[in-house]
Design a protein around this ligand. Structure first.
Ligand SMILES: NC(=O)c1ccc[n+]([C@@H]2O[C@H](COP(=O)([O-])OP(=O)(O)OC[C@H]3O[C@@H](n4cnc5c(N)ncnc54)[C@H](OP(=O)(O)O)[C@@H]3O)[C@@H](O)[C@H]2O)c1
Length: 389
């Protein structure tokens, strides 16, 4: 607990959840936060955005030091002296920062932040005293792979669904190679698709599951609002087709499980040199998820039918809209990848840290939170980002 850990990405969804857990455990933290134009001081901004009025507030002031910089810059943009001091003070690095969008047009940024930025971080781990290096990757470095993906697998480059996956794969390979060559103790964590807290529903990321739920919710509203309008309207089919494979496995993992698992694994010596799938061992199928969503949203009288071939068919306006609005996530509603998580299961045995089952009740908790926060719109309007787990 006397260790000093440098965390990147602590303003993000996962990084902030990990940071809070390390704080409560009593570690000293150095946070490398991306430099931004801010009205308030970075500490005020950070405390406010993390709702640090709760218990870790005092711990935060005592045990956290914030450095405004950029992982893509030389010396993180901090200047050589501060960088050198950090090199000698820090015992472990938890590298969570990344560019997390799927936009093809911004592929350069993905390479710059995810590959070059990670390279800078592992060089840092190898400068001054040797530091343990924890790297947050993604289960989807497996790309368009098939079947069961094992944690120690993945030497050959698979085909990717997007440049985000490619950048994370390249970064992971680079970490393993550099760490082996320079004898840096490393551990890699590969989460599935992260959703809100299983107990409170809290999230500050309203993509993936939330995007589909929001579009479905809009469809429902549209039908209700249009009751009584022209009954000959050709868009008012009783069936609405949505894309995907009904048997696709959607690897949703609640943020509390992901953060608890990473923190527990990171504290063990025997996890050095290993890769951990922080994934759902029993992921729901798309068909099950559709049923949970339609039941939660109260979509009655309209059959939401999953259709793997709909791109090639004549579509109604609503179906075209659904297709367009969810397109970036389509790879994940066709994927049948299963992630073996033996390393994680064996390491967490007896620790009481288990991935919650994605049930109707859990979906209710997650979506109630999202709806009460207007699918993330309120946060965007009132503050830069609200982060709390
Ligand atoms: N969310 C998921 O479903 C998921 C699934 C699997 C793996 N992961 C991995 O988990 C990690 C965290 O993801 P997340 O969902 O928490 O993402 P997020 O909310 O988008 O957070 C990304 C973090 O990275 C920081 N960052 C980006 N560019 C930076 C730079 N140049 N210098 C310093 N910091 C920078 C961001 O800072 P700002 O606040 O300034 O933007 C933010 O703190 C990532 O490595 C991601 O690949 C996420």
């Amino acid at each position: 607990m006397n260790k000093v850990i440098l965390i990147t990405g602590a303003t993000g969804f996962l990084g902030s959840a990990i940071m809070r857990r390390f704080l409560v455990l009593g570690y000293k933290l150095k946070l490398l936060i991306r430099k931004r134009q801010r009205n308030r001081s970075i500490t005020e901004d950070f405390i406010l955005n993390n709702r640090m009025d709760e218990s870790p507030y005092g711990l935060f002031l005592d045990n956290v030091e914030i450095f405004e910089g950029d992982i893509t810059s030389k010396y993180f943009g901090l200047g050589k002296d501060i960088y050198k001091q950090l090199c000698s003070e820090v015992d472990e690095v938890l590298h969570c920062a990344a560019a997390t969008h799927f936009e093809k047009q911004r592929a350069d940024e993905l390479m710059m932040v995810n590959v070059n930025g990670t390279e800078n971080m592992i060089w840092f781990a190898n400068s001054g005293k040797q530091k343990r290096f924890h790297y947050i990757s993604t289960a989807y470095v497996a790309g368009k792979g098939e079947g069961v993906i094992f944690e120690d697998e993945l030497d050959n480059e698979p085909q990717f669904n997007n440049e985000y996956e490619r950048s994370k794969f390249l970064a992971e390979q680079m970490v393993v190679q550099y760490a082996k060559e320079n004898v840096i103790p490393y551990t890699i964590y590969r989460p599935g698709i992260i959703v809100g807290d299983s107990r409170t529903g809290f999230t500050c990321n309203f993509d993936n599951l939330y995007l589909f739920a929001k579009v479905l919710s809009n469809i429902k509203d549209d039908y209700i609002n249009r009751q009584g309008q022209d009954s000959r309207d050709q868009d008012r089919n009783v069936t609405i087709r949505v894309p995907g494979d009904p048997n696709a496995l959607v690897n949703l993992v609640p943020i509390d499980y992901v953060a608890d698992a990473i923190v527990a694994i990171s504290q063990k010596r025997e996890t050095v040199g290993k890769i951990f799938h922080i994934t759902n061992p029993n992921p729901p199928t798309l068909n099950e998820l559709r049923n949970y969503l339609t039941s939660f949203l109260g979509i009655n009288g309209v059959d939401i039918s999953i259709d793997g071939q709909m791109e090639h068919k004549h579509l109604s306006t609503i179906e075209r809209l659904f297709l367009r609005q969810t397109r970036t996530y389509h790879p994940y509603i066709f994927s049948k990848l299963r992630f073996d998580c033996s390393n994680t299961r064996n390491t967490l045995k007896g620790a009481g840290i288990n991935c919650p089952v994605i049930s109707h009740d859990l979906i209710k908790i997650l979506l109630n939170y999202a709806i009460s926060h207007n699918w993330g719109e309120r946060e965007r309007v009132t503050s830069q980002k609200v982060v709390m787990v």
